[in-house]
Design a protein around this ligand. Structure first.
Ligand code: URA
Length: 193
């Protein structure tokens, strides 16, 4: 099912972003018993060229931070709100977000059924929670509108290059993930008992 979604994304021409892309970037990572799906904003230049998410400098930082939080890239799935690079890395606009998420991101979540979504940056925060202020909302648990999956918002790794003090906040948020997963497991056992 994921392969079918990937190939639909690779061929997609539903919005203007398809016209300027080199490659669409469906996502990468584990697709079986996925615990966490990370959702960024959209591919940048390196991702557009590689067809893979978070392969540039932000991706390398994300790898390091995930490792120090005890998470391996292979045990999570990583994707974005929009699957094609917006020209000059501008923010995706409302209709691009709506078309891409309703056709692809929600379908990916439906197939993967992760226990938790971790949003990276303001675009994904706003899409899943309706909130706009990262400072007030990172590190708090929400439920995703539409799917209801638990969501932990945090900063975008690339934002650390502009604002180094955010690094600590991002690190702390990522360190919460294994504990949240564990406590979600306990809650669902209690409910089904
Ligand atoms: N920034 C994102 O939001 N996603 C990527 O895949 C790369 C950079």
């Amino acid at each position: 099912m994921m392969r079918r979604a990937d190939s639909d994304i690779q061929k997609c021409e539903l919005c203007r972003l398809s016209k300027s892309r080199t490659n669409a970037v469906p996502g990468s990572g584990n697709v079986v018993d996925v615990e966490i799906v990370f959702v960024g904003e959209g591919p940048g230049r390196n991702e557009d060229l590689a067809g893979k998410p978070f392969v540039g400098s932000g991706g390398r930082l994300l790898d390091q931070l995930m490792q120090s939080a005890g998470l391996k890239r292979e045990s999570v799935y990583i994707t974005n709100i929009v699957k094609c690079r917006p020209p000059k890395n501008r923010k995706p606009v409302r209709d691009e977000v709506e078309i891409c998420t309703s056709n692809y991101l929600e379908r990916q979540l439906d197939i993967l059924k992760p226990k938790l979504i971790c949003t990276l940056g303001a675009t994904a925060l706003e899409y899943f929670t309706g909130e706009t202020k990262m400072g007030e909302n990172h590190g708090k648990l929400f439920h995703a509108r539409k799917s209801g999956i638990p969501v932990l918002p945090t900063y975008h790794p690339a934002s650390i290059f502009r604002n180094p003090p955010y690094r600590k906040l991002l690190e702390n948020d990522l360190r919460m993930l294994p504990n949240i997963i564990e406590s979600l497991g306990k809650t669902s056992k209690t409910i089904s008992a």
